[in-house]
Every structure is written in structure tokens, then in C-alpha cells.
Design a protein around this ligand. Structure first.
Ligand SMILES: *Cc1c(COP(=O)(O)O)cnc(C)c1O
Length: 435
């Protein structure tokens, strides 16, 4: 499979090159040249297939022959070594829990798939890649864990001082080895800006092979389509039309869901549920795409004012505004509504949702499901990741799972920076030379 740049001013590349580069040289996002639907027998038999087979069939056309079948299956077995259960909340609403991975964030799957892909491509040489990533919380932890000990890769994570939770900070500052954390005096947008500047800075890129591990990287983005197939596998027997509500920030997850739909997965509606960062909601209302600075909310992993994957969603609908609006909608909720939703979900069946999942739930409530529809909201993080908000809103204690306990007593190791030139110095001094 070849990938092309959405800016259309760069050569097409293989899956391997797309993963190593992250972003095309013309600053465009990579996009698959074609998406071939899976045979109908795949969907007819899906409930009898195991998750690895489902994932293999769905991803193989994108990876092509660059990773042989046996290796790709091994990678998938490693990446998908936990559950993705659909848990009913009310008669017609359920949640798809995506937080059973090692860092309890849905980004574990994409981060691990990208790490294992890079590891495979690096297997026979001493090439060296520096993965540079800005995080508002969960990306950093998932990437840190996914890449820990991966040969030939250094990871540098930038995070905003005071804007990530204690658990999140520990997940990205306590691993050591090839994982380095930089605490930035600023907000997430400042971190993101520094990362973007570094990618464009030839005095760095001539010395270091840099790549990103944000969802702009195809290896982070595409594996997320598995979630939607796993949800279908579990709910097909209900015989209802599925409506997915996806708590969205950079719109990578929901975009992967639409790819699953293009592969043939029957989906009635995709709802991109957002917090007050409502750039896409406004776009759907007015036809004008006007990015804005992000605003801080209690669902902070979705505090994004210029969602990087939205351009891919537009491409999936051939940039046709009317087609896009047929099965895709977006709706925004504030923190007060989010807290009310957390209470409502708990009152419905005792379920404790995190603020991101709660925003997803609100999207389904707003949509008003018909009798023949079944709504699934994605629970993108375990409530313990946002335990301050969950505990104060629901007046309950969130028990700390084993995966999280292991980082709590470890010492945080990071370097503080406040300006771009410090990042540059760090990259030139602290990471290994490009071969
Ligand atoms: C990253 C993240 C999101 C947003 O996902 P996108 O793919 O960026 O839209 C939602 N919830 C949580 C907990 C996240 O970490």
C-alpha cells in the first residue's frame, strides 16, 4: 500500500516510510491511496473470529507486504493482549471500554502498534530515530510505555507543567531507559508548537531522524479502527443499527472508525462528542473551519482547538461537505453538563465513567436513539486517570488498579524547559546521532 500526502506536494511512500517520517516533507498528513472493502463474509463471520484475526484482516492492506504475515500477527497478538468489552449502561446505550491496556488509555493500542512497527523496520540496522511528542496527558504515558526499550528509538516527551494529572506525569517520567521527559513552562499548545518547530528546523533534522508519535502517524492512527470492529463483533446479535459516539480531541479515533465503515462495517451514525473546544461543531454549522486556541476543561485530553485529523475525515468523504454531514455529526458540552452526565450514568447502573466517556454519553443522549438503534460511547480512559474529578463529582473512591500502582512510588525524572532553544539544545545534546 502506498500513502500520499494530503498536501499533494510530496512523493508517495510505503507504509514503512510513512511510519518513519510521521509527516510528509510538504507537512501534509499521509493518507492511504485506496481503501478496499473487506469481503461480506468477514462481517458475516466476525463473531466467530478472534480479535487477532479480525485485526489482521483489517490492517493487512495498509501494511502491505512490508511486514510478513507471521510477524504482523505476532505484533498484533502483543498489541491486543487485553480485553475491549462492551458494557451495557441502559437498555439502548453501552460503553466500549478501551482502557484495559498497560497505561489504561485507549492510546495504548496505537502507541504499541507504532513502536512494534518501528522496531520491525529497524531490525537489521543501527538506524536511530527520535520520537518527539507533545502530550496533554494520556498520549505521553502510552507512548512512553509502548516504546520502552525499543531498539534504535529515543523518545522525548513534552508536557505542560501543572496541566497533567499526577498519575499521568508519573507514567511518563518514571520509566527511564530510552524515555525522556521535558516539562514545559506553558500550556499544551506551547508544547505542540515547539514540537512543530523542531520538525521544521533543519539544524536539527540534518543531525537527527525525528518522527512523531501523535495520531498524525499512520501507525498510531489506523489500528484504532479495530475498536469499532470489536464492538460490532460483540453487539451484532442485537440486530440493531449502531450509533457510535466518540469523545474527540484530535479526531484520530473517530477518523479510524470511519475507515472501518469504509471497510464495510455497518454504522448508522458517527457522533464526534467534544467539550467546549468546538471548532468542528462550528464548521458543520457554518461550513467555515476556524481553528482557535484550546480552552482548558475537565476532559483535558480533548482540549484541542485545531484537530489535526479532521483533514483526513474530510478526505474520507472526498471533501464533499454534504456527504460528510450525512452520517457524521458533532456536538459540544461544557464541564457542568459533563459532571451531570457522570452522575446520571452512576445513577443508571452504578457505572463510574471518566469525564471523556461522559462527554461521549452526552452525545448519544443528544442524538435521541430510535428503537432500532443501539448507542455505544467509547470510554477512552480509566476513571483513575482523572480520579480528582471523578471522586469529587461522584463522591466516591476510585480503587487504584495494579497497572497504576506500579508507577506511584517511583521518582519523577524530567528536565524543565521554557523556550524552544532549550528543546533544540536538548535534542542535539541528549539524543543519539543519526547514522
Ligand atoms: C486522546 C484522548 C481522546 C481524544 O482522542 P482523539 O483521537 O485525539 O480524538 C479522548 N479521550 C482520552 C482519554 C484521550 O486520551
Amino acid at each position: 500500500m502506498q500513502f500520499y500526502s494530503l498536501n499533494k506536494k510530496a512523493p508517495n511512500v510505503s507504509y514503512a516510510e510513512a511510519v518513519v517520517k510521521g509527516l510528509a516533507p510538504d507537512r501534509g498528513l499521509y493518507f492511504p491511496e485506496n481503501i478496499t472493502p473487506l469481503p461480506t463474509s468477514f462481517f458475516e463471520n466476525i463473531e466467530k473470529m478472534d480479535n487477532i484475526d479480525i485485526a489482521y484482516e483489517a490492517i493487512k492492506q495498509f501494511v502491505g507486504d512490508e511486514i510478513p504475515e507471521a510477524n504482523l500477527r505476532d505484533i498484533l497478538a502483543d498489541v491486543l493482549s487485553f480485553e475491549f468489552p462492551v458494557v451495557p449502561i441502559t437498555d439502548n446505550i453501552a460503553t466500549l471500554e478501551l482502557f484495559h491496556g498497560p497505561t489504561m488509555a485507549f492510546k495504548d493500542v496505537g502507541a504499541r502498534f507504532m513502536a512494534r512497527s518501528l522496531e520491525y523496520f529497524n531490525r537489521n540496522n543501527d538506524g536511530h530515530v527520535t520520537v518527539l511528542v507533545a502530550t496533554s496527558g494520556d498520549t505521553g504515558g502510552a507512548v512512553a510505555r509502548g516504546f520502552l526499550g525499543v531498539k534504535g528509538v529515543d523518545v522525548v516527551i513534552l508536557y505542560p507543567n501543572g496541566a497533567v494529572s499526577d498519575i499521568q506525569e508519573r507514567q511518563l517520567t518514571t520509566l527511564g531507559k530510552n524515555i525522556k521527559a521535558l516539562r514545559v513552562d506553558g500550556v499544551f499548545d506551547d508544547c505542540q508548537e515547539m514540537v512543530k518547530t523542531a520538525f521544521l528546523d533543519e539544524s536539527i533534522t540534518s543531525e537527527r531522524a525525528l518522527t512523531s508519535a501523535n495520531s498524525i502517524n499512520v501507525a498510531r492512527w489506523l489500528p484504532q479502527l479495530f475498536y469499532f470492529l470489536f464492538a460490532y463483533k460483540q453487539t451484532k446479535k442485537l440486530g440493531k443499527d449502531l450509533v457510535f459516539s466518540v469523545p474527540s480531541g484530535n479526531f484520530g479515533n473517530i477518523c479510524a472508525g470511519i475507515v472501518a465503515n469504509k471497510l464495510g462495517l455497518p454504522v448508522k451514525q458517527f457522533i464526534a462528542s467534544v467539550n467546549v473546544n468546538d471548532t468542528v461543531v462550528n464548521y458543520l454549522n457554518t461550513g467555515k473551519y476556524e481553528p482557535k486556541p484550546s480552552k482548558a476543561t475537565i476532559s483535558n485530553a480533548m482540549d484541542v482547538g485545531n484537530p489535526s485529523n479532521f483533514i483526513r475525515i474530510q478526505q474520507l468523504f472526498d471533501n464533499n461537505f454534504e456527504d460528510l454531514k450525512k452520517n457524521f455529526s458533532s456536538v459540544s458540552f461544557n464541564d457542568e453538563q459533563t459532571r451531570e452526565a457522570m452522575k446520571e450514568i452512576k445513577a443508571a447502573n452504578g457505572y463510574v465513567a471518566d469525564p471523556h466517556g461522559a462527554v461521549g454519553y452526552l452525545g448519544l443522549k443528544d442524538y435521541k436513539l430510535s428503537d432500532n438503534e443501539y448507542g455505544i460511547f467509547l470510554e477512552t480512559a480509566h476513571p483513575v486517570k482523572f480520579s480528582d474529578i471523578v471522586e469529587e463529582t461522584l463522591n466516591t473512591k476510585v480503587a487504584i488498579p495494579e497497572q497504576i500502582k506500579s508507577v506511584l512510588d517511583k521518582e519523577k525524572v524530567f528536565q524543565s524547559i521554557s523556550e524552544y532553544k532549550e528543546l533544540k539544545q536538548y535534542l542535539l545534546d541528549e539524543t543519539d546521532y543519526k547514522n
